[in-house]
Design a protein around this ligand. Structure first.
Ligand code: SF4
Ligand code: SF4
Ligand code: SF4
Length: 652
């Protein structure tokens, strides 16, 4: 074993491999995507089967098959992917599994790269699945191994819920020895167990309730993932001791804190900083902290013991107030007289990420510590989000709006539709991917974006509501396979009139260029037949279908016009690789473009209409005193789009 800096997602992957996982399936989504990629690196050594499934639902169902046979399985996704997977997940919760199954659902406080700030801990409670919540990469590595044990012992899928800062953090840890995965299980037919029926669900519901309300809360109260740190509790003060009827508590420190996940690390760091800044403050030396690593089922006994000892508790957690609500419930049920603060009373920010600075400022207020001269005390959630500690705050970063890369083929596709549909009544329904950035100025070509696959179906709603509106949907190739196909079937069957624009860049660009059914490569490294999007559209009944190069504007605009004028459901497939993988696919770059200073009239049409980041206004002027445009040769791919837009043919 050797010490290495290991990323959170790699630690999760290594933990699963160490647990002998047989089959791994998932769908890419930041911040979870690297887990499968790390596992795939070791597949030849361990014999683990790995796949990118077409979506999260398919991934869970693939894993369920192997798990019913007794093999260990891992499914990975981001938090919104859990919604796609929720149908099999909810049913699996009742049916159960045989081989351990862990579902990693990575949450995204901020959100940094997601549609929502959904909290998997609440989904765990809703779906009745045990949930582990790591604070560090090392914890994630160890927790996932225990999660497999819990899964097999209690015959249930188990959720592991890291957040972005755990997924992407690095920690020094021993790189484990990896051996072959477990012997795969053999499926034994037993329809009473594996076929879900109302009667079996009724019985299983009772069994699950017993497990989640009576057994696991006790087991988790003894778990190392849940603990009370800081000041030790007074001897003899246990959960079996009722609160004295006079309302006085056997407390030796009234103020305490609770936290889970990355917030626990922020809290401990904030305490350490305050200790250093206030070495004479005795209260700071032993601050009681309840750490929750298994938010569901909640470790009730441990939490009750904590509540009985402290009268003023503040809870730090990102996303939903899960720990806070559980503590309030336990305090209410056990008639414990204490005050619990957090998101619900506005002490802790409701939305977005927490930080050491935010927590430190709340601690200063709670513990009545005199703020350092340079520091600004922040006590409310809204102020807290500004994290205004001058002495520790990093300098502000410049604001860089997200933008399509220079040479991105999506820019050509959006521009062609915009030109073709000028002055017409339109609706542009977008989807999840790099091309969501089609909404940015100056393209401004995305009116709606809801969730994966919704572009095709929402366009149908716009059409049925206003039949004279030209309705367009924009969907990427990976998203088409993940959740677009059913929308196309619905459109054709229900007689919609719309144009489906497939932005086919031959990869899953936004999450790190993962392969998909249209790329002809699997995660096992096999070269397979590419599944043709055009043939799928034809088979469903879409007509006409145009295939164009988005960098050929004349051809693209013509195709869009014809598609929009035809009856029923038509499609334009804009086919050109993402610039980040184009060279790998054999695409030859022509070299950066230049601006002819003699011809440029400084009209800025190229900048104002395309928004390519390689174009900027130059300090140089032409003979008429107009500022010229210049092209950043380091960024320009020579795609030629601006040459086609320039009225004087100044770009060559
Ligand atoms: S990564 Fe590829 S698809 Fe995404 S914006 Fe850049 S060029 Fe376009
Ligand atoms: S569109 Fe052509 S003429 Fe106008 S600023 Fe750009 S390069 Fe110059
Ligand atoms: S050719 Fe023009 S549009 Fe294409 S990358 Fe270069 S500057 Fe941008």
């Amino acid at each position: 074993m050797s010490k290495q800096m290991i990323m959170g997602n790699q630690a999760i992957a290594l933990g699963a491999l160490k647990a002998g996982v047989n089959l791994v399936a998932g769908y890419p989504g930041t911040p979870s995507s690297e887990i499968i990629e790390f596992i795939a690196k070791y597949k030849d050594k361990t014999g683990t089967y790995v796949e990118w499934s077409v979506n999260e639902k398919a991934a869970v169902e693939v894993a369920a098959g192997a798990s019913y046979a007794g093999s260990r399985t891992l499914v990975t996704m981001k938090q919104v992917g859990l919604n796609v997977a929720s149908d099999p997940v909810m049913c699996l919760s009742y049916v159960g599994v045989k081989g351990g199954m862990v579902i990693v659902s990575a949450d995204d406080p901020g959100p940094i790269s997601s549609q929502t700030e959904q909290d998997t801990r609440n989904f765990a409670q809703y779906s009745k699945l045990p949930c582990f919540d790591p604070s560090t990469p090392l914890e994630a590595y160890e927790m996932i191994q225990e999660a497999f044990e819990v899964s097999e012992k209690y015959n249930t899928p188990v959720l592991l819920r890291p957040t972005t800062r755990v997924d992407h953090a690095y920690e020094s840890m021993d790189f484990p020895e990896l051996g072959p995965c477990r012997e795969p299980g053999i499926f034994e037919k037993d329809s009473k167990r594996w076929v879900i029926f109302p009667r079996s669900s009724y019985n299983n519901h009772k069994r699950i309730f017993e497990r989640n309300e009576k057994i696991l809360p006790k087991v988790f109260s003894e778990s190392k993932w849940n603990k009370i740190g800081g000041e030790s509790l007074p001897l003899g003060c246990t959960s079996s001791q009722p609160t004295p009827s006079n309302g006085e508590h056997p407390r030796n420190a009234p103020v305490a804190f609770a936290a889970g996940g990355i917030s626990y690390c922020y809290l401990m760091e904030a305490i350490e900083i305050l200790k250093r800044e206030n070495p004479d403050n005795a209260q700071l030396q032993n601050i009681p902290v309840l750490k929750i690593g298994t938010p569901y089922p909640f470790p009730k006994d441990l939490a009750e013991k904590f509540l009985r000892n402290y009268s003023d508790i503040t809870v730090f957690e990102e996303l939903d107030p899960v720990i806070e609500e559980n503590l309030i419930r336990i305090a209410g049920r056990s008639c414990i007289d204490c005050h619990i603060s957090g998101k619900l009373d506005g002490i802790v920010p409701v939305a977005g990420e927490l930080s050491v600075e935010i927590i430190k400022n709340i601690l200063i207020s709670k513990l009545s510590i005199k703020a350092e001269s340079e520091a600004t005390v922040v006590t409310s959630a809204s102020e807290g989000s500004s994290a205004s500690f001058k002495e520790t705050a990093a300098p502000e970063l410049p604001v860089r709006p997200p933008v399509l890369c220079a040479g991105c083929p999506h820019r050509g596709a959006f521009y062609a539709v915009k030109q073709a549909m000028k002055n017409q009544k339109t609706a542009y329904c977008g989807d999840i991917g790099c091309y969501t950035l089609g909404n940015a100025q100056p393209l401004d070509m995305t009116d709606t974006c809801l969730c994966m696959g919704a572009d095709i179906t929402m366009a149908q709603g716009f059409y049925h509501n206003e039949p004279d509106r030209k309705c367009f949907s924009f969907i990427g190739d990976s998203t088409f396979f993940a959740s677009g196909i059913t929308g196309v079937v619905n459109a054709v069957y229900n007689q919609s009139h719309q144009v489906i624009c497939i932005l086919d860049n031959s990869t899953t660009a936004m999450t790190g260029h993962q392969p998909h059914p249209g790329t002809g490569l699997t995660m096992m490294g096999e070269i397979v037949d590419k599944i043709s999007i055009k043939k799928i559209l034809e088979a469903i009944g879409v007509s006409p279908i145009f295939e164009v190069d988005p960098f050929n504007q004349e051809e693209s605009v013509k195709a869009v016009k014809e598609a929009a004028e035809s009856k029923g459901v038509s499609a334009v497939i804009f086919k050109s690789p993402c610039i980040a993988i184009a060279a790998k696919l054999g695409y030859k770059f022509t070299g950066a473009k230049k601006v002819d200073a003699e011809k440029c009239i400084g009209c800025r049409k190229c900048i104002n209409e395309l928004g390519c980041p390689a174009l900027s206004v130059s300090l140089a002027k032409n003979a008429k005193g107009k500022q010229l445009v210049e092209i950043d040769r380091a960024l320009c791919t020579g795609c030629g789009l601006c040459s086609q837009v320039c009225p004087t043919k100044a770009i060559f």
